[in-house]
Design a protein around this ligand. Structure first.
Ligand code: NAP
Length: 331
């Protein structure tokens, strides 16, 4: 039986154990499409899954990795065989063995053909972070135009935040961002951020339920008190997208921004995004929305380096995107 390498997370008496294991292919649950994975990427959800978070992964042993790009080895859809494909979201890396393994086996309906103008590595530079930023921008863009006012992005140096800044700038929006990493301010400016605000400025006292309306929209990646605080700065009829829960799963906010300024809170769920929007967004990311700085702030690592990167991400010290190389592509 063929073997493959994977990050393997086990529950032991001493707690969660992370190792690089050699597994038999029959370790993968049998779905219709088997993919040889060339790249994956590290997202916050993977860091949670790799450290035993039952809200993400119910059962261990497990291989995380919510993103994968690779070549189809066999499938019930003959057109897909030997094609380069992307799989992001759905249940990949949650309760289905994920992209931190050299092979994945997935339902065929999860598989998106890789657009021709994107390399496999580039697709994972975006990964779920880029896709989520694109979905947030796509929702915001339906109502807010560049001349309606600036857009605030929280978690500026993070995977989703850094992608959202560059996408919005590419599309002509004025972008302001919140970041706790002062030494990254020049990089954020280079990506298009016109104003950068420190974490403490957002929460500073006196904490009024409504502040001067500065932003036509917000792309919030942090949640908790950051989301509540950001709502106060949104202009009349603004849109706030919410995708992350780094500062908590709940928030305590005033009703005033909703009933006095008519603002709207738009939830973002990339994992269960419908297939049509999914393919539309990947096509845009490969063409009109592709930005020149995609290769910046990307660190490429091997499977063996994942535990250290996961640790840094959970400490809030990650920056940009971590690309995980599993097999060497010929292109
Ligand atoms: N709903 C969805 O479909 C979806 C999809 C993807 C991700 N997400 C969620 O979105 C969030 C962000 O994901 P990501 O991949 O961008 O994570 P990431 O790469 O780890 O970036 C998060 C950023 O948040 C900031 N941050 C970290 N800890 C913080 C703290 N304690 N207080 C305030 N700011 C803090 C940091 O930026 P600065 O230092 O620059 O402030 C950090 O770079 C996560 O909760 C993730 O699970 C949701």
């Amino acid at each position: 039986m063929k073997t493959y390498k994977a990050l393997y997370i086990e529950e032991t008496e001493d707690g969660i154990k992370q190792s690089i294991a050699t597994l038999n292919l029959n370790h993968l649950k049998k779905h219709e499409t088997l993919i040889k994975v060339y790249y994956s990427s590290l997202n916050y959800k993977d860091a949670l899954s790799a450290t035993g978070n039952k809200g993400v992964t119910r059962k261990y042993p497990h291989t995380p990795g919510i993103d994968a790009v690779g070549i189809v080895m066999h499938s019930n859809c003959p057109d897909l065989v030997n094609r380069k494909v992307i799989v992001t979201g759905y249940d990949l890396g949650m309760n289905t063995f994920g992209g931190f393994g050299e092979y994945i086996s997935v339902p065929t309906e999860w598989v998106v053909p890789l657009p021709e103008s994107l390399t496999m590595a580039e697709s994972m530079m975006y990964g779920t972070a880029g896709f989520t930023a694109a979905l947030s921008v796509y929702k915001l863009k339906q109502e807010i135009k560049p001349n309606d006012g600036p857009i605030l992005v929280t978690g500026g140096t993070g995977g989703v935040g850094s992608m959202a800044i560059r996408l919005l700038s590419r599309l002509g929006y004025e972008v302001h961002t919140i970041s706790g990493k002062e030494k990254m301010y020049p990089q954020l400016e280079n990506w298009g951020a016109k104003q950068i605000i420190g974490h403490e400025s957002l929460l500073q006292e006196p904490y009024k339920p409504l502040m001067k309306g500065l932003y036509a929209g917000v792309i919030d990646t942090i949640g908790g008190d950051f989301l509540a605080a950001a709502l106060r700065f949104v202009k009349m009829n603004g849109i706030v997208t919410t995708c992350g829960n780094i500062r908590g799963q709940s928030f305590n906010a005033s009703i005033f921004p909703f009933i006095l300024r008519g603002i709207r809170l738009q939830g973002i769920t990339s994992a269960s995004c419908d297939y049509e929007t999914r393919t539309t967004l990947w096509t845009l990311l490969a063409s009109d929305w592709k930005f020149d700085t995609l290769h910046e702030a990307v660190k490429e690592i091997q499977l063996e380096e994942l535990p250290e990167s996961i640790d840094l991400m959970l400490q809030g010290k990650s920056m940009g995107r971590i690309l995980v190389k599993l097999n060497r592509p010929k292109d």
